[in-house]
Write a protein that binds this ligand. Structure first.
Ligand SMILES: Nc1ncnc2c1ncn2[C@@H]1O[C@H](COP(=O)(O)OP(=O)(O)OP(=O)(O)O)[C@@H](O)[C@H]1O
Length: 238
């Protein structure tokens, strides 16, 4: 098995007055092919954890090994490169460029890694087909439903074949029909081997994952009673 994420005693405090201990030290292991939901109420530390996992922020303590690389040893430029090549992001607000078609939005994600425009377009078309949007390649975001827009965003996250896709409230802006369609896509991708971490406050979204951890007041606890509370290990069930 390949370990994608290994957090050892990772914690984060914001040096404000007073200091905010946003994330208490946590151990977390994610293997290739896992789908983990991180569930917690507003202010519990979900974004803090997502920012650490996605190399968008640095912890104040602990060790993070991502895909075999100890990221605490890396400079900012190396972290940015690792993030760009190996982590895909899906956000609640889609963040699509409004005047670009679906295929252009997805192809843009490869701008700095794939010199050939033709190859970028080919990969974008494949990614859009993978999320069931092969018939909407040239649509502008304004002509798409929220669920379709989020599927474009998922295709954009996937197109570079990342080791990990991090989703922050991926259904937060969707009605229940569109939310189900997006969760079905995540389900299919995970069945194909894509490793997912989904941050959510929605228990229905969390229920679709293979495993769950809960976060409250900055403390991560496992939903799996077999795990020790101080050593949360998220593993796909056998
Ligand atoms: N830059 C910052 N400086 C100081 N405190 C912060 C900062 N960012 C977050 N916090 C605090 O850290 C705690 C965790 O915040 P975080 O944004 O991670 O929660 P969350 O679970 O993502 O919330 P939400 O669901 O509302 O987005 C909160 O008490 C928040 O006020």
């Amino acid at each position: 098995m390949t370990t994608i994420v290994e957090l050892r005693g990772i914690g984060k405090s914001y040096q404000t007055t007073p200091v905010v201990h946003a994330l208490q030290p946590v151990d977390l292991t994610i293997e290739a092919g896992d789908w983990l939901a991180v569930v917690g109420p507003s202010g519990s530390g979900k974004s803090t954890l997502l920012n650490l996992l996605g190399l968008l922020d640095r912890p104040t303590q602990g060790r993070y090994v991502f895909a075999g690389v100890d990221v605490s040893t890396l400079g900012e430029r190396e972290r940015t490169a690792l993030r760009g090549r190996r982590i895909g992001f899906v956000f609640q607000q889609f963040h699509l460029l409004p005047h670009r078609t679906a295929v252009e939005n997805v192809a843009l994600a490869l701008l700095y890694t794939t010199p050939s425009a033709g190859q970028r377009t080919t990969a974008a078309v494949q990614a859009l087909r993978r999320v069931g949007l092969g018939h909407r390649l040239h649509a502008l975001p304004s002509t798409m439903s929220g669920g379709e827009r989020q599927r474009v965003a998922i295709a954009r996250a996937l197109v570079g074949a990342p080791d990990l896709v991090l989703c922050d409230e991926p259904t937060g802006n969707l009605d229940s029909a569109n939310a189900h369609a997006v969760l079905d896509v995540l389900n299919d991708l995970n069945a194909d081997g894509v490793t997912l971490i989904v941050i959510t406050h929605d228990p229905d979204v969390a229920a679709r994952a293979r495993s769950r951890v809960h976060i409250r007041d900055g403390s991560v606890t496992s939903a799996d009673p077999r795990s020790a509370p101080s050593a949360t290990t998220a593993k796909a069930p056998a």
